[in-house]
Design a binder for this molecule. Sequence first.
Ligand code: AR6
Length: 168
Amino acid sequence: MSVRAIRADITTVAADAMVNAANQHLAGGGGVDGAIHRAGGREIMTELSERYHGCATGSAVITCAGRLPTRHVIHAVGPRWRDGEHGEPEQLRSAYRRAFKLAAENGAQTVVSPSISTGIYGFPIVRAAPIAIEEARAALAIAETPLREVTFALFSDADLAEFESALA
Ligand code: AR6
């Protein structure tokens, strides 16, 4: 059972489930969300709009993965950073927890995730990385979970360094 961090474009990483950093409208957007929809194709948005009417901050929903090298995409909605005093850390923790729970409920052994909220939503990565790793470890420690490995795919060397330091 392991948590690891790599530098990669998440859309190229094979895993049973891939986490997306989505918005409350599940409307697609920029950043990793845009990359996942582009690489996966229209099937993902079609399922999102047929099955769901948005998703609360701190929660997540699951769809097919189109052409991506994964079986499921889990669209998790992290918080927009304001000042850290408006529940942002708890909301980020909840987004990861719900995402990993959905992955486990759908039988995933391996999950790949981006660093939720630390791009357009402005959550400082130095505070986000420990939360992400704690939640991944907690998910792997749940009795009888099928989850065996959580990989964080970071887009820059600086982000990878933050996750590596939080892992250590
Ligand atoms: N692979 C891995 N990581 C990536 C990739 C990629 N292909 N592209 C970006 N990142 P962001 P958020 C990193 O902005 O902050 C969207 O419009 C990026 O460098 O994608 O949660 C949604 O629709 C950063 O470290 O997500 C929402 O409206 C991390 O992924 C909003 O952005 C997250 O950055 C969500 O903002």
